[in-house]
Design a protein around this ligand. Structure first.
Ligand SMILES: Cc1cc2nc3c(=O)[nH]c(=O)nc-3n(C[C@H](O)[C@H](O)[C@H](O)COP(=O)(O)O)c2cc1C
Length: 211
């Protein structure tokens, strides 16, 4: 049994949030699918509204405050990502975009991602295809074919109706396929890690003790 981590990113602003509800259902379905295939799956959920001020500070200063750093590490070190945004003005909301803007370039290359959204009208469901999917393609992540959109009529008493449940199950299976196909990640990459031996940088060779 191998341990796989899933980072669940929700950009919902309301409390309670339908975006968070959808994120939780996608996360549960993906975890169940991985467990069914013999893996140990760990969910790490990030509610972006808790990091909204930190994200802006990161954009202004170029550095993430400690709490945001931990959230970024969770996402960049996960074996799979579930990314869910509310639709604002026919696209992802600003918080969702800004969070992914502050990640280091290249940190999501080849990373499996399931994209999903909530909206006030099903007429805007294609925002997933014209906005969210291209953003992750630009980041060179691997976005699973089924993108899950939930409109108000897809819920009854906080439970996904039959059609939405079917889409959640299919997308979860696709994400599990992609996660299973790759070796477990070794955690986030350290942007400050030395790529050259420090003594060699000083011109002393790797074996020479420093006096
Ligand atoms: C500023 C704003 C703009 C919105 N624009 C759209 C839109 O263009 N299309 C749509 O379907 N819903 C739109 N909505 C509705 C939200 O997407 C919907 O209520 C969403 O489910 C809220 O998620 P939450 O409950 O997680 O906060 C908008 C809501 C707000 C506050």
């Amino acid at each position: 049994m191998t341990r796989r981590t899933l980072a669940v990113v929700s950009a919902g602003l309301s409390q309670p949030s339908s975006t968070r509800l959808l994120a939780d259902q996608l996360a549960g379905a993906t975890r169940d699918e991985l467990v069914r295939r013999g893996h140990d799956a760990e969910l790490r959920t990030i509610d972006l509204r808790e990091y909204a001020h930190d994200v802006v500070n990161n954009m202004l200063t170029g550095f993430p405050p400690a709490a945001l750093r931990a959230a970024i590490d969770t996402v960049t070190g996960a074996d799979g990502i579930i990314a869910v945004t509310p639709i604002f003005s026919a696209s992802y909301n600003g918080l969702f975009k800004s969070f992914f803007d502050v990640l280091d370039a290249g940190s999501l290359v080849d990373r499996p991602v399931l994209i999903a959204a909530t909206g006030g009208t099903a007429r805007h469901s294609l925002a997933l295809e014209h906005a969210v999917r291209p953003m992750f393609s630009y980041l060179r992540a691997v976005v699973v074919p089924t993108a899950v959109f939930a409109a108000p009529e897809d819920w009854s008493d906080g439970t996904a109706d039959g059609a939405l449940r079917g889409r959640i199950r299919r997308a979860a299976g696709e994400l599990a396929d992609q996660v299973e196909r790759r070796p477990p990640t070794s955690g986030p990459t350290d942007p400050f890690a030395l790529t050259t031996d420090f003594l060699q940088m000083l011109g002393r060779g790797g074996d020479t003790p420093v006096s």
